[in-house]
Ligand binder design. Structure first.
Ligand SMILES: Cc1ncc(C[n+]2csc(CCOP(=O)(O)OP(=O)(O)O)c2C)c(N)n1
Length: 630
């Protein structure tokens, strides 16, 4: 925020910590809420980010920070994509233009960024567990502060959230859970719990109607007793239709709500009450996703996580053409037409994984299970056991959730499940919690698991054909975010365990995994301009690798370099190193990959540059390793 903004942000410019909210009147807080909305639109339209979720929680965040005494009191935000308002109120508004940019503030809570960020989140449904843990630690230490978890109705569909409620409910621990219910996950929320919440949402309407009915009964003359009795019966059955039994109270929570999540005064009243109660309390708050910005209110799914956009028209400055997810979705529709046993499964990411058209064309063969990756995988195992051909499309980072289900339910039984692993490799702006850089390493530990890695969109299509129609047993096809270049030979049919040479050379062998293949071609050009002849291999199969092809090339060049935009430890690079060492052919190896630590947010190209995966970095590493005397 620069100095000129002080005029349009009269209240906001004076807020530097949550303490600055404490003395504002409700009218002033209302004006501040509108200023925050303008500020959000102004900045996020330039940086891109989770605009709809944040517009929905403006009043909720203000009310929470007015009642609680952060950072002494702790607020844990589920997923954490809705913390922009929290960040604005906790001293970070002046650097907000750097949101999600390399070196700038993160799009999710980061304990290293601020003392107000209490727990790092990014993956869904963790907040109640973390909050309960902190509350129990507080009690053991005999300390006195409030711990609150803010969880969306989408995040509530994740099994872990239910496990935590189950534990917290009987805990007698003082804990405040705020359920932010907007009826939406990224797309409209799914499942029985979601239906239950929508029934709860009409409670206020029921009570209002009941009051008017009561007034009407009371006005009836004595002679209308029979009619009154009859109407009373009607009232009871209407009540059981509208008022579901209290799930949260049955679990052991004191339940308040539903209350209007845009009414600051009402929320402050209820939060004050909830904060002082003994035991776990759940406040059910109803909000509108995208509140205050017409385009986001009308299309909250599109504006959930969005690229930069034009505020006036809502137009998104984005190029979704020919990206891997789009290619996957289209190919799935073609394959499903050929074979009616093919099933697509997503865990709340229909659009992100490119399956929107599949859902429309084959609704009976499409399952959105909610934010439930573990269930998605075991559901696929069941489907495979029953003779169907399930394809589970999950982002690399979220598949981490389902490690045991992949191992125990799919792989040990050698079931034919196809894992379509989207966003594999560096993902950019979402950063540390969302990087798809661990999947190869963990999939390498899964028995019977075959791992394929296309080097181009065309190859992805061919690999899907192979995985669905030819392969036996579990198979993972991992592909990156965004678009990719084609190269000669990408149409060559996929053969089990076979890679291919993309370019012949004599001095050094370069093996590329994932999106960095483009950088390898550029690095090869740079090296060749210095007289170093490069052979480039597209492994296609990361497991089982094409040992023969790799050893043949190693025998020729004597130097093998694996370049991968995933962590160096474990996985393919480590396998190739072991293969060459064990073969005792005297060849040298090097793995150029990411270090074994969290990789921050920022444009993918900048991350590549920082960690030496850009063409210059690859060239420099090779020169240093093999062509420098030291
Ligand atoms: C384990 C996991 N799977 C998928 C996602 C992707 N994701 C991010 S936000 C979101 C929807 C969350 O909905 P909700 O909690 O209701 O929050 P809202 O955005 O509606 O406020 C999803 C599916 C994730 N963050 N973590």
């Amino acid at each position: 925020m620069n100095k000129n903004d002080n005029k349009c942000y009269g209240y906001l410019s004076r807020i530097n910590t949550p303490d600055d909210l404490k003395n504002l009147t409700y009218d002033e807080l209302g004006i501040l809420a509108e200023e925050i909305r303008l500020f959000l639109l102004d900045t996020v339209s330039k940086t891109g980010g989770h605009i709809a979720s944040n517009l929905g929680v403006v009043e909720l965040t203000l009310a929470l920070h007015k009642v609680l005494n952060a950072p002494l009191d702790k607020i844990i935000w589920d997923v954490g994509h809705q913390t922009y308002v929290h960040k604005i109120l906790t001293g970070r508004k002046d650097s907000f233009e750097s949101l999600r940019q390399f070196g700038g503030i993160a799009g999710f809570p980061k304990t290293q960024e601020s003392e107000y960020d209490i727990f790092n989140t990014g993956h869904s449904s963790t907040s109640v567990s973390a909050a309960l843990g902190m509350a129990r630690a507080r009690d053991l230490n005999r300390e006195d502060y409030t711990v609150a978890a803010v969880i969306g109705d989408g995040a509530l569909s994740g099994g872990m959230a239910l496990e935590a409620l189950n534990d917290a409910g009987i805990s007698r621990t003082n804990l405040l859970v705020i359920l932010n219910d907007n009826g939406m996950s990224i797309a409209p929320n799914v499942g029985g719990l979601s239906r239950y919440l929508s029934r709860l949402r009409i409670r206020p309407f029921y009570y209002k109607t009941r009051e008017s009915m009561q007034a009407f009964f009371d006005s009836l003359p004595n002679s209308g007793r029979r009619l009154r009795k009859f109407l009373h019966k009607v009232k009871s059955s209407v009540k059981s239709m509208f008022i579901p039994s209290m799930f949260f109270e049955d679990l052991g929570f004191r339940y308040f709500g539903p209350i209007d999540g845009h009414d600051i005064k009402e929320m402050v009243r209820v939060f004050e009450q909830g904060k002082t109660m003994k035991g776990p309390v759940l406040v059910h708050v109803v909000t509108v996703k995208g509140k205050g910005y017409k385009f986001a209110e009308e299309n909250p799914g599109i504006y959930h996580g969005v690229a930069p956009f034009v505020i006036e028209s809502g137009q998104v400055v984005n190029s979704r053409n020919k990206n891997y997810s789009g290619v996957f979705g289209k190919k799935m529709c073609e394959l499903a037409k050929q074979d009616n046993k093919i099933i697509a499964i997503t865990a709340a990411m229909t659009d992100g994984t490119g399956l929107t058209q599949f859902r429309e064309l084959y609704p009976k063969r499409f399952f959105d299970v909610g934010i439930a990756e573990q269930h998605a995988v075991t559901l696929a195992a069941g489907l495979a056991m029953g003779g169907a051909k399930p394809v589970v499309a999950i982002y690399s980072t979220f598949l981490q959730r389902a490690y045991d289900q992949i191992l125990h339910d799919v792989a040990l039984q050698n079931l034919k499940v196809v894992f379509a692993i989207d966003r594999a490799g560096v993902v950019g702006d979402d950063g540390e919690t969302h990087q798809g850089i661990y999947d190869i390493s963990f999939l390498y530990t899964i028995p019977n698991m075959t791992i394929l890695s296309p080097a181009s969109p065309n190859e992805l299509k061919n690999m899907l054909d192979y995985a669905i129609f030819e392969h036996q047993g579990p198979v993972a096809v991992r592909y990156p975010k965004g678009s990719g270049h084609e190269f000669d030979g990408s149409d060559t049919p996929i053969e089990f365990g076979k890679g291919m040479v993309l370019k012949e050379g004599t001095s050094v062998t370069l093996i590329g995994v994932g999106k960095v293949m483009n950088n390898i071609f550029e690095a090869a050009q740079l090296l060749e301009s210095e007289g170093i002849s490069c052979e480039i291999i597209n492994p296609r199969f990361l497991r089982p690798a094409d040992d023969e092809l790799i050893l043949k090339s190693a025998g020729k060049t004597n130097k093998v370099v694996v370049v991968q935009d995933v962590i160096q430890e474990g996985g393919f690079g480590a396998y190739v190193t072991g293969l060459i060492n064990n073969a005792r052919i005297g060849a040298y190896t090097k793995v150029i990959g990411l270090p074994d630590k969290g990789i921050e947010h920022g444009k993918t190209e900048l991350i590549y540059k920082k960690y030496g995966l850009d063409p210059q970095g690859i060239k420099a590493a090779i020169i240093k390793e093999f062509y420098t005397n030291n």
